[in-house]
Design a protein around this ligand. Structure first.
Ligand SMILES: C[S@@+](CC[C@H](N)C(=O)[O-])C[C@H]1O[C@@H](n2cnc3c(N)ncnc32)[C@H](O)[C@@H]1O
Length: 217
């Protein structure tokens, strides 16, 4: 079942450099402004690595890897193999190039494809879906596919609707970028985790969203 998200694919295919500016220090002023305006994005980045602790040799799947910044950091921290998948070809090209520059290309495989249709032939210890569920119209099947891959840890972020941020984001993405976004509530997330078969999970609420940490034995 393919994701029903042509708007997201087209939009993200146009903006790899813009997206990567959130992580790269190439333009220090831009980086500082982003850091101030998008605190949640940096908080969730830190949280992922705090949650994963030491990860020697772990196998990591990074769904919607974007420009590969999480994948590359996992490689630098000692993960054994990282697979990043993104359906925007320019994002995948960008990830490959940064991994090469950071000298971790041998540990990283970047696949251009839709997570929902790609067949994975190997198990993963850690699965990430950061900044991805924002663009998923029907998240149930994605949750179930992730659960079937039986990760020891599944980490994901979800946006929540707030009057000021939610409204301006909806206008920006839906009307200007032609890329619809979908919001979540704690109740909706609890049902999604349970229905996918996750029994051990924690949902952390923060200013603009939620962060979910699910563990399996
Ligand atoms: C906001 S970016 C986040 C990138 C990265 N995870 C990060 O946090 O820096 C979301 C990415 O998810 C990708 N994406 C969304 N749905 C996807 C799907 N079903 N399969 C593969 N990639 C997807 C988009 O192309 C985009 O590059």
């Amino acid at each position: 079942m393919q994701s029903d998200t042509p708007g997201a694919k087209k939009y993200f295919n146009r903006v790899p450099k813009q997206w990567d500016a959130l992580y790269s220090h190439e333009n220090p002023l831009k980086y500082l402004i982003n850091k101030w305006l998008r605190k949640g994005l940096y908080w969730r980045y830190q949280l992922v690595f705090e949650q994963c602790g030491t990860i020697p040799e772990a196998k990591v799947l990074d769904i919607g890897c974007g420009t590969g910044r999480y994948s590359i950091e996992f490689a630098k921290r000692g993960a054994g193999r990282i697979v990043g998948i993104d359906f925007a070809p320019s994002m995948v090209d960008f990830s490959r190039e940064i991994a090469r520059q950071m000298e971790v290309a041998d540990k990283c495989e970047f696949i251009c494809g839709d997570f929902m249709t790609h067949q994975f032939e190997e198990p993963f210890d850690i699965i990430l879906a950061v900044g991805v569920f924002d663009y998923v119209k029907d998240p149930g099947p994605m949750f179930k596919k992730i659960a079937q891959l039986k990760p020891r840890k599944f980490l994901a972020s979800f946006p929540k609707f707030t009057l000021v941020w939610g409204t301006q984001r909806a206008i920006r993405y839906y009307w200007i970028k032609k890329c619809p976004i979908y919001n979540y509530t704690e109740e909706k997330l609890t049902n999604l985790y349970r229905e996918a078969g996750f029994s051990d999970f924690q949902i952390i609420s923060y200013e603009k969203g939620f962060f979910g940490i699910a563990t399996t034995k």
